[in-house]
Design a protein around this ligand. Structure first.
Ligand SMILES: NC(=O)c1ccc[n+]([C@@H]2O[C@H](COP(=O)([O-])OP(=O)(O)OC[C@H]3O[C@@H](n4cnc5c(N)ncnc54)[C@H](OP(=O)(O)O)[C@@H]3O)[C@@H](O)[C@H]2O)c1
Length: 246
């Protein structure tokens, strides 16, 4: 798929990676960007970069009526970027209750699925297009320090495979992006290495153009992906050392 002249929609556009999606899409000469945020006031500086091409849309991906409203406002989307997500840094057993696990599932999994469902008919009407789901390498191997986040992203990884299969006939390319740690606010307390957000966006947009389904931006992600193939149990045991702080 050509990105030039595409009509893109980015969820969580005000977040750490959000601005880099917008800049990457502008560099790729898309024709329009719907920049979505729960609070559109947080988008003012992003809109100011190219007001002619960027339209602010209020969107909470856990709110069905908000999603319906966004779908009505954005009927020409050809590239859906499911970027919004949350990390609550909780263990599965160490957390005080299920509230973090529920919130992460609600946003990372169910919210992303709801967006895929709402925009699948729009993408079909517009010729197929593409969906990018922001996953993480931790979708494939659990890091206990944020065990419930990993579980929610594992669900989103599986969902991405299923949506890909269901949308193949309408020629929608469904991409899963699986970086290691990205250098944004979400991972400010995490140690290096961190992949630059520009590299994540560049690799993901290149995957759209090349028709690649699984993207591993940065060295850390590529090494983990290789380890998962060669010795998955060793990787599980290594990550098991990183327990929640009690
Ligand atoms: N940073 C990393 O190390 C890393 C690594 C791998 C994958 N990822 C994934 O990359 C994506 C972007 O992360 P980031 O680093 O940019 O994190 P971030 O700076 O925390 O941004 C997250 C964005 O998601 C939005 N969001 C959260 N809940 C939402 C909801 N219910 N509806 C709509 N928007 C919602 C946030 O909006 P508010 O401002 O309203 O909260 C914010 O704009 C996430 O899916 C994350 O899981 C990040």
């Amino acid at each position: 798929m050509k990105i030039e002249n595409a009509v893109a929609l980015v969820t969580g556009a005000n977040g750490g990676l959000g601005g880099h999606w917008i800049q990457g899409l502008l560099n790729s000469e898309v024709s329009k960007i719907y920049a979505c945020a729960r609070n559109t006031q947080k988008l003012e500086s992003i809109i100011a970069t190219y007001p002619a091409k960027i339209i602010a849309i209020e969107l909470d991906i856990t709110d069905e009526s908000s999603i319906i409203q966004a779908a009505l406002q954005c009927p020409d989307v050809t590239l859906l970027i499911n970027n919004a997500g949350i990390l609550l840094n909780q263990g599965l057993i160490a957390s005080k209750d299920l509230s973090a696990a529920k919130t992460e599932i609600e946003i990372n999994y169910l919210g992303t699925l709801a967006m895929c469902r709402a925009f699948a008919p729009i993408l079909k009407m517009n010729g197929g297009g593409a969906i990018i789901n922001m996953l993480t390498m931790l979708a494939k191997a659990n890091l206990p320090a944020n065990g419930s986040y990993c579980a929610s992203k594992a669900a989103t990884f599986s969902m991405t495979q299923g949506v890909r299969a269901e949308l193949a006939n309408q020629k929608t390319l469904v991409i899963g992006v699986m970086p290691g740690t990205i250098d944004t606010g979400m991972s400010k307390d995490y140690p290096p290495p961190k992949v630059p957000p520009t590299e994540v966006v560049k690799d993901a947009l290149q995957a759209v153009m090349d028709g690649v389904e699984d993207v591993y931006p940065g060295e850390q992600a590529k090494e983990l992906a290789a380890q998962l193939l060669s010795d998955p149990k060793a990787l599980e045991k290594a990550l098991a050392q990183m327990l929640p702080v009690s």
